[in-house]
Design a protein around this ligand. Structure first.
Ligand code: F6P
Length: 539
């Protein structure tokens, strides 16, 4: 692998290779050879700094790293999360073909389908009013209490699929900051509110604390006996849920082979199902399943997650770009970047390889973003003229849902395309000067101002186009990003499926609580933490 990486670095140092503008000048039809379709999803990577040599080397690298065999191991239930000794089978949750998937010799599909059916029955009951609150009134509001993967997936998708939302109102509470639950409890009526406690482990301090606050809210307003009518739970830790006192008929399980950040396809998706209904939720799973099949079977030259992963690795590890921006020109995807931050950074933000040695070079980049056009009026200045190069991933639907606002969708499209075009083309000093002179500016002033109006251009971007943001299209898009993270993780040589990096802070927070509460002194602490505690302690 090292020699391929060295050859890639050499190829990338040849500035002709990374001069994207020059590629377009040399080949007017570059788009034709640098895009791929899957169904109505178009992936345009022509505006990235690759040429045939680089793509061939990346393909060689993928082969050498064993991407295809690890992919098979994942789909087939191999224990690829080696540090936790687990299979990685979020793909089984959306395996609409029902092809058997074995874990320890047992086909998991029967359990997967059983939970899916139970979720369907419960969500329909809530949606129709057949399952009501303790006073017999139908549920109008559902509050999901969870954090990380037990929050971001359902929260992001509920927002994304707003045009399909015909069930009760949904609210998401995640933060341990009491402000989050307090502000939510202010706007719901206990009689008509269902709380879903979502936690894979059922030990997460934020979720358990907020769950107890919600429990008191119901018990105080409606009495202890009402609690069982207003709570449901989603977890892998069924014993702990039982201890909390949630009726077993309202508990939806999943399994340790589903990572938190890959859990939207499991019972963690229950609030989404309540919002959009069972059939739409099944379409969401089908979209992801279609992407799984594409990832597993399409030849590399047209395999979108593979290409996205290879280019992502190249831009991060070979070209050294430390972050990437994800900019959906789709307002309803406004939480997509936040969702991807957990998916990508919790998966690939690692410094140690599978064999325990240090990662040489880089692992996953910082992922960030906001929807366009909003971002244009905020951080796009840096994307165009800043000293760091940030590859951008744009996404846009061909059709909006607002048929009567077609002109606004046309403006959205032209803005999206203009941004990738500006990143590519830039503006030279001569062009800037000519423009200013053309506007009648005096020569001396134009010479002083023109450098500030230069855009280097040649800045990489990828664009995705899909027909419409339906449940199917959203499922497909999320699965695509999951698989790109997988591909990049294999190329970095790391385990993308553990998250030990979140543990130390949790341990220290537990140790600090008695100090914050004044039950313990600050003597053992570093002076910064001690000073901060003195400033924050309430006497
Ligand atoms: O702290 C990180 C994490 O473990 C995530 O991986 C997970 O999605 C989140 O916490 C919530 O965990 P749980 O679902 O067990 O409450």
């Amino acid at each position: 692998m090292d020699s391929i990486v060295a050859r890639l670095k050499q190829a990338a140092h040849d500035t002709a290779a990374t001069d994207i503008r020059a590629h377009f000048l040399a080949d007017r039809d570059r788009f034709l050879s640098h895009h791929a379709w899957f169904e109505d999803l178009l992936f345009d990577y022509s505006k990235t700094p690759v040429n045939a040599t680089i793509m061939a080397l990346l393909e060689e690298l993928a082969e050498k790293a064993g991407v295809a065999s690890r992919r098979e191991a994942m789909f087939e239930g191999g224990i690829i999360n080696t540090t936790e000794g687990r299979a990685v089978l979020h793909t089984a949750l959306r395996n609409r073909s029902n092809r058997p998937v074995l874990v320890d010799g047992k086909d998991v599909m029967a359990d997967v389908n059983m939970v899916l059916r139970a979720m369907g029955g419960f969500s329909e009951g809530i949606r129709t009013g057949a399952i009501a609150g303790s006073t017999g009134k139908p549920i109008t509001d559902v509050v999901n209490i969870g954090i990380g993967g037990s929050d971001l997936g359902p929260a992001m998708t509920t927002l994304a699929l707003a045009p399909f939302h015909d069930g009760p109102r949904l609210h998401y509470v995640s933060n341990i900051d009491g402000a989050h639950i307090a502000d939510t409890l202010k706007i719901v009526n206990p009689e008509t509110t269902l709380f879903i406690i979502a936690s894979k482990t059922f030990t997460t301090i934020e979720t358990m604390t907020n769950a107890m606050t919600a429990r008191s809210f119901i018990a105080k307003a409606l009495g202890e006996t009402a609690v069982k009518h207003h709570f449901a739970a989603v977890s892998t830790a069924l014993d702990k849920v039982a201890q909390f006192g949630i009726d077993s008929s309202r508990v939806f399980g999943f399994w340790d082979w589903v990572g938190g950040r890959y859990s939207i396809w499991s019972a963690i998706g229950l609030p989404l199902m309540i919002a959009i209904g069972r059939d739409n939720f099944h379409d969401f799973l089908s979209g992801a399943h279609a992407m799984d099949n594409h990832f597993r079977s399409a030849p590399l030259s047209g395999n979108i997650p593979m290409l996205l992963g290879l280019i992502g690795f190249y831009q991060r590890s070979i070209l050294g770009y430390g972050s990437r921006a994800v900019i959906p020109y789709d307002q309803r995807l406004s939480r997509f970047a936040a969702y991807l931050q957990q998916l990508d950074m919790e998966s690939n933000g690692k410094g140690v390889k599978l064999d325990g040695s240090a990662v040489d070079g880089a692992s996953g980049p910082v992922v960030w973003g906001e929807p366009g056009t909003n971002g244009q009026h905020a951080f796009f200045q840096l994307l165009h003229q800043g000293t760091d190069i940030v590859p951008v991933e744009f996404m846009i639907a061909k059709h909006g849902f607002e048929a009567d606002l077609r002109h606004q969708h046309e403006l959205l499209i032209s803005n999206c395309l203009a941004q990738s075009q500006a990143l590519l083309k830039g503006r030279t000093l001569e062009e800037a000067l000519a423009q200013l002179r053309g506007q009648g500016m005096a020569a001396e002033k134009a010479a002083a101002i023109a450098p500030h109006r230069v855009f280097t251009g040649n800045r990489p971007s990828i664009t995705f186009v899909y027909d419409k943001l339906t449940p199917y299209a959203l499922g497909r898009l999320i699965a695509l990003y999951e698989h790109r993270v997988f591909v990049e993780g294999v190329l970095y040589g790391i385990n993308s499926f553990d998250q030990w990096g979140v543990e130390l802070g949790k341990e220290l927070a537990t140790g600090l609580l008695p100090v914050v509460q004044g039950k313990k002194g600050t003597d053992d602490l570093d002076s910064s933490t001690a000073g901060l505690i003195d400033a924050l302690r309430i006497s």
